[in-house]
Design a protein around this ligand. Sequence first.
Ligand code: COA
Length: 386
Amino acid sequence: MSTTALPHPGPLAGPHPVISATGLFTPPDSISNDELVASFNAYADAHNGANEAAIAAGDIAAILPSSAEFIEKASGIKSRFVLSKAPILDPVIMAPRLPERPNDQISVLAEMAVAAAREALARAGREPGDVDAVLCAASNMQRPYPAMAVEIQDALGIEGFGFDMNVACSSATFGIQTAADYVRAGHARSVLVVSPEVCSGHLNWRDRDSHFIFGDVATAVLVEDASIAPRPHWDILGTRLVTKFSNNIRNNFGFLNRAAPENRDTADKLFVQEGRKVFKEVVPMVAAMIVDEAARLGIEPAGLRRLWLHQANAGMNRLIAQRVLGHEASEDESPTVLDTYGNTSSAGSVIAFHLHNADLAEGDTGLLCSFGAGYSAGAVFLRKVG
Ligand code: COA
């Protein structure tokens, strides 16, 4: 567990990290639950038809149909944006088909991150030359090296340094704390944290239990020293990170799979989860982390004006918000974006913040919070400075 905070409010002694601006890249294509379920059920019918005898003999199980009503009720998701719609919906393919690009072209992940980063820089009135570092904080890097962050840094024309970090769905909050620590320590004054998430690549679109969960997106958060940040901005009052090992959300894809190429497409080389256990175990962990850190910062949780929560499941967010605020949160207090974006891993809470922070007033306090595989959870307490 790691904890850092600066006394606040009061005169700022030394560097003090704030969020200057954020950016968002949303793919143009979206898949509705009805489209997704039609594709899944066509696949299930074809599979069951082709294996009729084996199913009748009890040798293999029939694949049960999916349902749009179940998906919305169990998760709150109505649609998701994706980079490669047609192949995902093709019952024969059921996976994104993103062609590999030659090394002299920008990578897919870098391209998305650059689009989000350009928006954040423009909103802050920054030139790339003003930025000291780039952290690419995301669940699924498209390659081991060179680091995605270094390619993104180069594409933007940023001097300084960059590196990748992966804490699954909590990557962005862990990245924000890391950037804040660089600012606090005086190592950098302007750090870009980008979270490009091609979640469609690691989702098993043939798995009825989870085929509806994820979408693709990229976000960018510019963390800067208050002395150079434009206004309005968001003071980072304090941050708290927690990790606790669990196999309940896991993806075994990696270089070891090379040894058994025939296993590459098996289910555990993609996203797998024990969704119910995740729900039960993560809600109390996250609520306790938030309440503890609020107490340390002298913030009354019930007084938080807005919660920008990780976007995995509407029911989980309802319960967490209830525990933190002491009452059922309204959409204004805990905005939802997973209805249209699905779960976008580390980017979800940043999308919620990006789309739903402009209306708050100077002095309002809010919480950006992520949670997911690891288990991992991160909380970033923010106060608006006008
Ligand atoms: N269509 C229709 N029915 C489905 C279905 C689908 N696509 N998938 C599952 N079902 C059925 C199941 O067969 C089960 O039926 P049964 O009761 O007759 O056995 C029933 O729906 C309940 O399934 P279950 O998987 O237990 O649903 P759930 O209510 O737990 O919801 C999740 C599933 C995944 C949405 C939910 O557990 C969740 O969001 N958990 C947290 C996930 C999370 O945050 N993960 C982090 C990822 S980074």
